[in-house]
Design a binder for this molecule. Structure first.
Ligand code: CIZ
Ligand code: SF4
Length: 364
């Protein structure tokens, strides 16, 4: 064991092929002491080293069921937090680059949500009338807030079931941070758009009148994902003109207009399954992160399927991209040398209530 942790700096100049060899060697040395989880939005050079791949829900479950001492989460920060919260106390959650956050998750923080709750409570009894629902793309303290206010976590895979659960308990939902997932799911459940209001966290009372709050069924936080917001109705219209028998599938983080024009809407797991199960030779336009779309295109070329990215601009999730093979080699070689670097650890009091909200979700 080396006395101090290995420095990151020398890894920056390694090329990807060297990293590959070193990652494979370190994984072999660690054996089943480590599990590497790879989110669908990860770049190929990292994704190929994952023991399990999936969306954040599937990977959280893998983390919870894993025997490994170290969970190396190739994804973004909130995912590694979830892994820490739901894994055993002796397991250690690690993210290769601590700066890999989620810009959407950062659009809601605890202070803003607590202020919103206090302001809503001046209009109605929030703890009686409103279920707070946080998208899994959120910091642990927001999950904790939901846990301690009768609320719950959702992912894009289970959002509808979670909203059903929420409305069966209280008449309204405060949904954060992604307005689009909230709106698109609500619409799918038959909730009219006029029963949804936007909570602008930069304005007093969310920029709403008392009466609007009283009337609303869903209060949607004004957050969004800039990657999914790049997709526009005209991209779909152009594709439909060029490929009349083509199909369009979008992630519910895309806008209402885009989702309305799409043939299918669902999470990354749903997108992968739908396209994989489709007829050979079919053509797809996909509104979600580029790495996943390119990977599907490559894997399904053997079935003569074409899988095309929705935007003419290259737009990747820049924070997901921060997890590169250099950082992965660095964290793994440190583990081999007996050092934990980039541990993600959620304070126990926050983790307890966050676990409550996550367990409510996992039980549904
Ligand atoms: O839940 C996830 O992993 C995200 C961020 C998207 C999805 O639909 O899988
Ligand atoms: Fe966050 Fe959007 Fe990146 Fe997903 S694609 S991690 S929502 S910024």
């Amino acid at each position: 064991m080396s006395a101090t942790a290995l420095d990151l700096q020398p890894y920056a100049s390694l090329d990807d092929r060297d990293c590959d060899k070193r990652i494979i060697k370190a994984k072999q040395a660690l054996g089943n002491r480590v599990v590497i989880l790879g989110h669908h939005y990860q770049r190929d050079e990292v994704f190929k080293h994952a023991d399990y791949s999936g969306d954040s829900l599937k990977l959280s479950r893998e983390a919870a069921n894993s025997e490994a001492e170290y969970i190396v989460f190739c994804g973004v920060h909130f995912m590694a937090e979830v892994a820490d919260i739901i894994s055993r106390p002796d397991q250690i959650s690690i993210i290769p680059d601590l700066s890999a956050g989620c810009a959407m998750a950062d659009m809601a923080n605890l202070e803003q949500v607590e202020r919103a709750w206090a302001e809503l409570s001046s209009v109605l009894d929030a703890d009686e009338c409103i279920t707070p629902v946080t998208y899994i793309n959120s910091a642990a303290d927001l999950k904790s807030f939901c846990g301690s206010h009768g609320g719950i976590v959702c992912t894009s895979t289970n959002a509808q079931k979670i909203l059903d659960w929420s409305f069966s308990r209280r008449e309204k939902v405060l949904f954060f941070p992604d307005q689009h997932l909230g709106r698109n799911t609500g619409v799918k459940m038959g909730i009219p758009l006029e029963d949804m209001v936007i909570w602008d966290y930069d304005q007093p009372m969310g920029g709403l009148e008392t009466e609007q709050i009283r009337q609303a069924k869903m209060i949607l936080w004004k957050g969004f994902c800039s990657v999914h917001q790049m997709f526009k109705p005209e991209h779909i219209e152009n594709f439909k003109r060029e490929v009349p028998d083509g199909k369009v599938i979008s992630h519910p983080e895309a806008s209402y207009e885009v989702c309305q024009l799409s043939d299918y809407v669902g999470s990354t797991e749903y997108i992968i399954k739908t396209i994989t199960d489709s007829e050979p030779g079919s053509h797809w336009l996909v509104g979600t992160e580029l790495n996943l779309v390119n990977r599907l295109h490559q894997t399904l070329a053997k079935d003569n399927k074409t899988v095309q990215f929705m935007s003419p601009m290259v737009c990747m999730c820049s924070t997901m991209f921060r997890v590169d093979p250099q950082h992965l080699a660095w964290v793994l070689e440190n583990l081999v040398a007996g050092h934990v670097v980039n541990q993600v650890s959620v304070a126990e009091d926050v983790a307890n209530n966050a676990r409550t909200a996550l367990q409510r979700m996992l039980e549904i």
